[in-house]
Ligand binder design. Sequence first.
Ligand code: CDT
Length: 312
Amino acid sequence: MRGAMVGVAQMGPIAKAESRQAVVKRLLELLKDAKSRGCDFVVFPELALTTFFPRWVYEPGEADLEVWYEDEMPSTATQPLFDAAREAGIGFYLGYAERAGNRRFNTSILVDRTGAIVGKYRKVHLPGHAEPDPSRLGEHLEKRYFDVGNLGFPVFETMDGRYGMAICNDRRWPETYRVMGLQGVELIALGYNTPTGLGEPYQAAALANFHNALTMQAGAYHNACWVAAAAKSGNEEGFDMIGQSMIVSPNGEIVAQTSTLEDEVISARCDFEAAQYAKEEIFNFAIHRRPEAYGLIVERTGAGDPLPPKED
Ligand code: CDT
């Protein structure tokens, strides 16, 4: 079988005061659990090294904000994770806040089984707002604290497969999967922090788990690839975040799912060849796609008026 034994390492809440060293200790425990399950690739969450800080209001450049970003990777604090993963022969996906000079990104990296960083992705679809509004029940200020990712949606040939990455809100956008699908992606690793109770309509909160599964199952199926997604979940500093970390097959089926809102590992054997039939038949892009009919997708950002009917 060409593929990977994939682990998804969901994390429970990270306290605001929790040090990077303490968080890395938890990551090492999760890695150990993944190893005992025979995993050779593990997905950790979005912003896995810190609490979900975009819920608080800071001024740009403020010292209390700057503490959440990493200048280098691996850092002194995260080096033990790289070392342990290399010793265990496990590759991984890790999300963190990146400072690159004056720019700030919500970033994930792909690390191969030798501990080398072989890919980087910077979140494209930043949700929430740039300006705080005290009338909201809770803030989500990613547009204030991060620049829009500038690396596109790259796919990396590594670990005997084609690996892509996405971060949280990206999973709701079909374009995310399709751009990687067009590069023959076989596994999309994804981390998320999805809060509920920020003042959204009742239905949006009630359906948060449904939408989580819906978008990833559809993305996997439409692009004949595996999706492995890790939540940071539970009640973090008074704010609830969904769990439901999962591994989805190219048929769109959930083959493993967490059942807690705490640190928890799930795993599944992901056979990349299982996608072959779909890639050759129903989703054979080369044969069936009709880009000449899809122009609006890249010409328009927001919805506009209907186009005039085409001449016959
Ligand atoms: N982290 C992240 O992208 N979260 C968003 C929630 C946005 S609610 C303002 C998500 O899509 O899950």
